[in-house]
Design a protein around this ligand. Structure first.
Ligand code: UDP
Length: 325
């Protein structure tokens, strides 16, 4: 049975990945410092608590069994926060990955799936962003991920690391059975905040900026279901058996939704009134980010199953309405 090490497996996307791998009968070890993750979200996997910047802790994990590949989800991932506490972002996202890469090399593990982001592109120069779009990130979060991608390309050339960077657009939704979902403290992401507002909890929904150059003035994003992201990682693992080098793939639905359209869709799904207030723009936010994900379809044979915004929000709603806020 193949063993996969999931760094950051207790987080939002990582925990959905763990659930899928277990469902497919793989042996999964989660390594997570539980700074933002939740131990209870990885039932069925072996959980080792530790930090990816700790080389000795990684050595002991890699000595514990033979891993076929590593998936690396650990990161600080809030655009706005990255502008303020940038050193923490470079430390966690860049230095952490370097420590992991060295450990993988020491223990002869040669395959890595890396969580990258649409934030590597910066301001889009065309409507749909493909992988060959210039990567000029406009915030420290995007720059930290871009730096790691460059390191992975160097490592592939220098010693034959096989690495896939998956550039997520906006992860959304929750496992349809409702045991795991998106839970950050404090919550900064749009859909959870919209659903909290629908439940009447939280500090009130804020829309950050309505003066962007978009149809309704609010930011447009491409929302992709977290289970579709997890499926793409499995496809990437399979692809790496046959392909060498470093490769980056976009993961998105190819459809943009504005903040106001998300609120409208959530009103339809929940049947609730969702009040909001317009505030100033949040630093580091580009107006529009929408994926061209043709490459992932063609190379990985991956297709998102959740194509409708309502369907994505419905799974998130199931999770949020079961929480005690
Ligand atoms: N946003 C908002 N109110 C919120 C959270 C987010 O208006 O409470 C906006 C944010 O400015 C961005 C979009 O919603 O344009 C998506 O933000 P999110 O933090 O969910 O994801 P990001 O695009 O930063 O990865």
């Amino acid at each position: 049975m193949a063993s996969i090490l999931i760094c950051g497996g207790a987080g939002y996307i990582g925990s959905h990945m763990v659930a899928l791998l277990i469902e497919r009968g793989l042996d999964v070890v989660v390594f997570d410092n539980l700074s933002t993750g939740h131990g209870e979200a990885v039932a069925g996997a072996t959980l080792i608590e530790g930090d990816v910047r700790d080389a000795a802790a990684l050595d002991s994990v890699f000595r514990s069994r033979r891993f076929d590949a590593v998936m690396h989800f650990c990161a600080l991932s809030l655009v706005g926060e990255s502008v303020r506490v940038l050193v923490a972002y470079y430390q966690s996202n860049v230095a952490g990955t370097l420590t992991l890469l060295e450990a993988m090399q020491r223990h002869g593990v040669g395959k890595l799936v890396f969580s990258s982001t649409a934030a590597v592109y910066g301001h889009p120069q065309q409507e749909l962003i493909a992988e060959d779009h210039p990567t000029v990130p406009i915030n420290p979060y995007g720059r930290s991920k871009r730096m790691v991608e460059q390191v992975l390309a160097d490592a592939a050339a220098a010693y034959g690391l096989r690495a896939v960077a998956l550039r997520y657009f906006n992860a959304a939704g929750a496992h349809p059975e409702g045991q795991i979902g998106e839970s950050h403290d404090p919550e900064t992401h749009l859909i959870p905040n919209v659903l909290k507002a629908a439940l009447g909890s939280g500090a009130g929904l804020k829309v950050f900026g309505d003066d962007y150059p978009t149809a309704d003035g609010t930011c447009v994003r491409d929302y992709i279901h977290v289970d579709d992201l997890a499926e793409a990682h499995l496809a990437a693992l399979d692809w790496m058996q046959r392909n060498e080098g470093f490769h980056a793939f976009n993961l998105g639905n190819g459809q943009g939704f504005s903040v106001l359209q998300i609120i409208e869709a959530a009103r339809r799904v929940t049947g609730k009134d969702i009040p909001f207030q317009v505030e100033v723009r949040r630093p580091g936010d580009p107006a529009t980010l929408v994926a061209c994900a043709d490459l992932a379809r063609e190379a990985l044979g991956w297709q998102p199953r959740y194509r409708e915004m309502e369907g994505i929000i419905e799974t998130a709603w199931r999770w949020h309405s079961a929480q005690r806020y």
